[in-house]
Each structure stands twice: as structure tokens, then as C-alpha cells.
Design a protein around this ligand. Structure first.
Ligand SMILES: Cc1cc2nc3c(=O)[nH]c(=O)nc-3n(C[C@H](O)[C@H](O)[C@H](O)COP(=O)(O)OP(=O)(O)OC[C@H]3O[C@@H](n4cnc5c(N)ncnc54)[C@H](O)[C@@H]3O)c2cc1C
Length: 432
């Protein structure tokens, strides 16, 4: 009799979850677990690592998962605390010898797996968060091209296509007996919500964090003609429709990229392939690139110099504090930072402008900016965040020496009438 644990990490879904299917097929009794890692530690830059908006959005995804499991007669166990301690404790109490989970290509996440193995558990971590399967790539990950364009061209030349998404498990193994009272449900005292005018208003039913909301959004978006114009609208700043708004669900794993791709294909069958639909594939390849790149370089991406030969970055904590509070004095930059603090989401354009301003205009440490985005973004994804910050700061995958965005020109090009600045100027500044 094998007793196992399924540990939901950034794969808070039932569909297209290979690791979960494996667990269901290979053990006799299975505990389904999400550990609420309420990480309130203060970063070295002076704010909590996990902001309340990101926590709330994540809690929504977990609530949705618990409900979906309930509907299938299965139960989600939800201890709170540090995952390794919570999982080893649970495994000991229920006599589990195996832990199944998704594999996340980042140092902290890998060290959790290593600690579970050291604790004597048989951990089966499965890579499953990219659009393309690593086995299908026309090169080994250790030979991944360093430049995105070369990666994309190699993938397109080899005509690699994503594998189709998998169905949800139809049957779950019985749960091992356990005393539910020992594992209280970790729930937020006061869930935080985004301000009005959010581009991703997750207090609205349509944008809730659940897998069901994600799948409904994908259906709605790809059955509309919005993808056709995606390339021309994607640099927008306000509203729910200028970009796909898939990232928050992709980040928690409530949605798999292969489910997105299947809907993109159906869209192209119905409306024809367009520049817009191609560009959605293009952007999803950026996401994959940063995942494979994280696998290739590991902890090097967290060094002050990243992959570059540049010296340690300079830093000015006062300038950084003004930046994160949205009070640098540059109205376009400040508007973006206020939107981020108030809503947990920011357009790609403003992410680029605010990141560039911190690194190139205020001469601050890119790692402080990356940590602030980690704390605030509801779509925080370790690979995409680290990759983009390194790219902008010239310490990563950019063949040029970093990207400086001229904030005045950006404001003139993207907010000519000042309406975006007006919208966020009066918003409250971030308090922590
Ligand atoms: C400094 C900085 C930090 C960022 N941090 C994150 C992060 O933590 N999490 C995150 O998901 N994205 C991050 N991005 C990438 C990008 O800004 C967001 O993915 C995008 O704005 C999300 O909105 P959307 O889903 O509507 O995107 P769309 O424009 O509709 O794009 C579709 C999808 O393509 C992928 N994608 C698009 N652009 C990028 C990109 N540059 N890098 C990687 N994937 C991309 C995303 O999965 C996105 O959901 C960051 C960008 C910058 C410049």
C-alpha cells in the first residue's frame, strides 16, 4: 500500500496537470495538499516579501481548487507554514513515503525539493509549466541560445508545437485517514482587493483567481476578435482588453499555457491566422525562454552581476523608497508605480518604463526593483520577473548593454493626453 502526497505549488489546477495525473495513477492513498506559506518576512530592501494583493489572488486560486476537488469528492488539506516542515510533518503523520509536485526551475524552489529528499521522502517533481516540452526542443537546455530571437527561430525552424493539454483526473485515490483539526485552513484575516480602475480587477467575478474563471476568460477572449488586434493594442495602459490578461492565472498555475495555446489554435481556425494571433504565440515563447533560461543558469541569475561582467550595482535606498512609493517626481513613472501598488498589476509598457527608471535613471540595484515586483505583482513569476529585470539592467539575456526607456518620450508616445497620469496621480502611495 503506497501512501502519497500531492503538493500543489504554482500549478493550482486540475486540468493539464501531468504530475497530479501521475500521483493519482501510482499511489493507493493520496493526500491533496496546499501549504499556505504566509511569508511576511521583511526583505533586505524594507518591505514584506509577499504583499497582501498577491496573497489574496493566490488564496482565491486555492479556494477554487478546494471547491473543484470537493465537487469530485476529494478534499484539499491546507496547512499553513513553511512548506518543507508542513509536508514532512504531514507525511510522518499519515505514513506517506512519496511526494508528487511540479518542478520549478529556481534555486529556492529546488532547495525545497532537496530538503524533502534529505528528510527521506521520495519526491517526484515533474516539469510542467512551459508551453513547449523540454524534450521536444531542438537542443539540450544546456545549449539553449542566449538570445531570445535565436531561441524563437530555432523553435520555429524545427516546427515544434506544444503538446495538447491533458484532461483532469477522473478519479482520485482515497485520502489517508487524518485529523482535519490539525490542519486548519489558512485564510486571510482581511482579504485585500484592487483599487477601482484596475486593469485586472480581480474583485470582479470574471477576473477571480480560480481555474474556472481562467478557463472562462480564455474561452471569452479567444472566441472574440481581440486576438486579431493584439499586436496593436498590447502597449495599452488602461482597461481589461488591451492585452490578453492571462499572466495572473498562468503565474498561480490556475491556467496552463497549453490550454491557452489550444484556444489560440481554435481561434485561428475560426478567424484565420493574423499578426495578432502570431504575436500571442511570440509572447508565450518569451515566457518559455525565461523558464528554460532559468533551468540553464540557476542561481547565477540571482547574483548582483547576473550573467554579466559588470561590477555590483550601485544603490540609493532613499531614491528606491521614493520609487516604490510612486513619488520620484516623474509623473509617468509615479503613475505606473501607484497603479502597481494599488492593483497588483501593471502593463508591460509601464513595467519596462518603471524598471528602466530605477536602474538607469536612479542608479539603484535591479534586485531591489525585482523584489518590489515580487511583493506586489499578482502575476509574479520567478522566471519571468528575474529574466525581465536582468534584461533591462543589461545583466542577462540582452545582446545590448541593457535597455533604457526615455520616460519623457514614453509618456509622449503612450500617454499623449495625460489621461493615464491623471488617473493614478491622486492614488494613495504604497504604505509598506
Ligand atoms: C521588469 C518586468 C518584470 C516582469 N515580471 C513579470 C512577472 O513576474 N510575471 C509575468 O508573468 N510577467 C512578467 N513580466 C512580463 C510581462 O510584462 C507580463 O507577462 C505581461 O504584462 C502580463 O500581462 P498579459 O498577460 O496581459 O500579457 P500579454 O501581453 O497579453 O502577453 C501574453 C502572455 O505572454 C507572456 N509574456 C508577455 N510578455 C512577456 C515577457 N516580457 N516576459 C515573459 N513573458 C511574457 C505572459 O505569459 C503573458 O501572459 C515582466 C516584465 C517586465 C518588463
Amino acid at each position: 500500500m503506497i501512501t502519497g502526497v500531492y503538493w500543489f505549488r504554482n500549478d493550482l489546477r486540475l486540468t493539464d496537470n501531468l504530475s497530479l495525473l501521475n500521483a493519482c495513477a501510482e499511489v493507493d492513498r493520496l493526500a491533496l495538499v496546499h501549504v499556505r506559506d504566509d511569508d511576511r518576512r521583511i526583505t533586505r530592501w524594507g518591505f514584506p516579501r509577499l504583499g497582501s494583493l498577491r496573497q489574496t489572488f493566490r488564496d482565491m486560486a486555492v479556494d477554487g481548487l478546494a471547491l473543484a476537488l470537493d465537487e469530485r469528492g476529494a478534499k484539499l488539506v491546507r496547512p499553513a507554514g513553511a512548506p518543507v516542515a508542513a509536508l514532512t510533518d504531514l507525511a510522518r503523520q499519515i505514513g506517506a513515503t512519496r511526494i508528487y509536485c511540479e518542478d520549478i526551475p529556481a534555486p529556492e524552489e529546488r532547495s525545497e525539493i532537496a530538503a524533502l529528499v534529505t528528510a527521506g521522502l521520495d519526491v517526484r517533481a515533474t516539469w510542467q509549466s512551459s508551453l513547449l516540452d523540454p524534450e521536444d526542443l531542438p537542443f539540450e537546455i544546456c545549449a539553449l541560445p542566449e538570445v531570445f530571437t535565436r531561441f524563437r527561430e530555432a523553435v520555429e525552424r524545427a516546427a515544434i508545437r506544444p503538446r495538447p493539454p491533458l484532461l483532469a483526473p477522473s478519479v482520485f485515490p482515497h485520502s489517508p485517514p487524518m485529523d482535519g483539526a490539525i490542519y486548519p485552513m489558512g485564510a486571510p484575516a482581511t482579504p485585500a482587493g484592487p483599487a477601482t480602475n484596475a486593469s485586472f480587477p480581480f474583485d470582479h467575478p470574471v477576473f477571480q483567481g480560480t481555474e474556472a474563471a481562467a478557463i472562462a476568460h480564455v474561452a471569452r477572449y479567444f472566441q472574440s476578435k481581440d486576438p486579431v488586434t493584439y499586436k496593436t493594442t498590447r502597449n495599452g495602459l488602461t482597461g481589461t482588453a488591451y492585452s490578453t490578461k492571462l499572466s495572473p492565472w498562468l503565474a498561480t498555475g490556475a491556467l496552463s499555457p497549453r490550454t491557452v495555446f489550444a484556444a489560440l489554435q481554435a481561434h485561428e481556425e475560426r478567424f484565420g491566422a493574423s499578426e495578432g494571433s502570431y504575436w500571442i504565440w511570440f509572447e508565450l515563447l518569451w515566457r518559455d525562454f525565461f523558464r528554460f533560461w532559468s533551468e540553464k543558469h540557476g542561481a547565477k541569475l540571482f547574483r548582483p552581476e547576473g550573467l554579466s561582467r559588470l561590477g555590483p550595482p550601485s544603490h540609493d535606498q532613499e531614491a528606491f523608497d521614493a520609487w516604490r512609493r510612486g513619488s520620484t517626481g516623474h509623473p509617468f513613472v509615479d503613475a505606473g508605480l501607484r497603479e502597481l501598488a494599488a492593483t497588483g498589476y501593471l502593463s508591460n509598457r509601464l513595467r519596462q518604463v518603471t524598471a528602466s527608471y530605477l536602474v538607469h535613471d536612479l542608479a539603484c540595484d535591479w534586485r531591489a526593483g525585482a523584489a518590489w515586483f515580487e511583493s506586489r505583482l499578482i502575476d509574479f513569476d520567478v522566471c519571468s520577473n528575474q529574466g525581465n529585470w536582468l534584461y533591462i539592467s543589461g545583466r542577462g539575456a540582452d545582446p545590448r548593454q541593457g535597455r533604457r526607456f526615455n520616460p519623457d518620450k514614453q509618456a509622449a508616445d503612450h500617454d499623449a493626453d495625460g489621461s493615464y497620469r491623471a488617473l493614478w496621480t491622486s492614488s494613495a502611495v504604497a504604505s509598506s
